[in-house]
Design a protein around this ligand. Structure first.
Ligand SMILES: [Zn+2]
Length: 371
């Protein structure tokens, strides 16, 4: 049996929740993490038509990029189409989970997919990097108990470095203590100075495992009073970042790049901000969604052109004045995540023997028609 939780736990290893911008309503939006899943559907948006498709396809779990519930709910009046949609989801036992700005910043996530579509080489994050805090735990334990403690710490997620697990370092030394009147020492006797053969065990782990690693330390250590150091270290694990900036294989005229964008995103038209369509461009920044406010970051990274959605009139004036070329293919160009998410979940389904069918929506949820 595979649950929503099994699926999203795997996803969150790839695209952790802490990457999401503050206030972004990501995660389980509707339904139940313990719900059994047989068929899931990936989609950019959750709209009434998408829900109808999910119902007709017997889908029990929708995985969306854009949060389905993007407005706070103050009433559940079913004459409101949005509320009616939630009701349909509940009636049909369909759970909904959203991965929004955390998917935008994931390595191999939304913005890498967009950069790949544009053929960018050597791309790096446009914003960031965002790094997860890494902690080091150094704990002093009797030599004879060290192996047991190390196993416990590893089982709690400590000591994972890339493709290596159970990583630790130890050095042996002497621990000294004087057990007091009310103590119950594991080694030594009350009121007698003791020198114990101890090992200092050092492990690193991502901040998110802090509670479970400390719990494992307490559970696998024989002392009443444990001596340990816990601190943040400079070295960090995976680096994440939003947007991408990279180079086209060779310079092309802006007008030809625009044609490439239309083909890549399968759209008949788009908006361009530029004073010269014949100029050569090579360095391209891209940011899925509404990235207009980050155009100065694209400038700072020496981009010749910036591809993003939802550019507004006055911002376009500022972009033009700054000399940055901008291509706005519309927010919906993020639809490219659909086949990519389908591939990812299909791969994880096989690896984990989930017996879950993964489909992608076939509905175009772009509210705009290009004419
Ligand atoms: Zn978006």
């Amino acid at each position: 049996m595979t649950t929503v939780n099994d699926i999203v736990s795997r996803f969150e290893e790839f695209s952790p929740k802490w990457l999401a911008e503050k206030g972004d309503p990501i995660g389980l939006q509707l339904g139940d993490l313990n719900q059994e899943v047989h068929k899931m559907m990936v989609t950019l948006d959750v709209r009434p038509e998408t829900v109808q498709e999910a119902i007709s396809q017997d889908v029990d779990f929708i995985f969306a990029h854009h949060p389905a519930m993007f407005h706070p709910l103050y009433s559940f009046d079913l004459s409101v189409p949005q509320n009616k949609m939630y009701a349909k989801l509940i009636e049909n036992h369909i759970s909904v989970y959203a991965a929004h700005t955390n998917l935008d910043s994931a390595q191999g996530g939304m913005n890498d997919w967009l950069a790949d579509k544009l053929g960018l080489q050597g791309s790096e994050p446009l914003l960031g990097p965002f790094e997860e805090k890494t902690y080091k735990l150094a704990v002093f334990v009797p030599v004879n108990n060290a192996a047991h403690l190390r196993q416990g710490l590893a089982a709690a997620g400590a000591g994972q470095l890339g493709n290596y697990s159970n990583c630790s370092f130890s050095v042996q030394g002497k621990g000294r203590f004087l057990p007091g009147k009310n103590s119950d020492p594991y080694i030594g006797k009350v009121d007698q100075p003791e020198v114990a053969a101890e090992e200092k065990v050092e492990v690193v782990f991502p901040a998110k495992y802090e509670n479970q690693v400390l719990a494992a330390m307490y559970a696998n250590h024989p002392y009443e009073k444990i001596v340990f150091d816990l601190y943040q270290i400079e070295d960090s694990g995976v680096k994440y970042g939003m947007g991408r900036v990279g180079d086209l294989v060779k310079p092309v005229k802006l007008k030809d790049f625009v044609a490439q964008c239309k083909e890549a995103f399968q759209i008949p038209a788009l908006r361009v901000v530029s004073s010269e369509l014949q100029q050569n461009i090579q360095r391209v920044a891209v940011l899925g969604g509404s990235g207009a406010k980050f155009y100065t970051d694209a400038l700072a990274k020496n981009a010749d052109v910036y591809v993003t959605g939802d550019v507004s009139y006055h911002t376009a004036h500022d972009m033009l004045a700054s000399g940055l070329n901008v291509v706005d293919p519309g927010h919906h160009f993020e639809w490219v995540c659909q086949p990519e998410l389908q591939n990812l979940f299909t791969k994880w389904s096989k690896e984990n023997e989930w017996a879950v069918d993964v489909i992608a929506t076939t509905i175009n949820t772009d509210p705009f028609t290009f004419m």
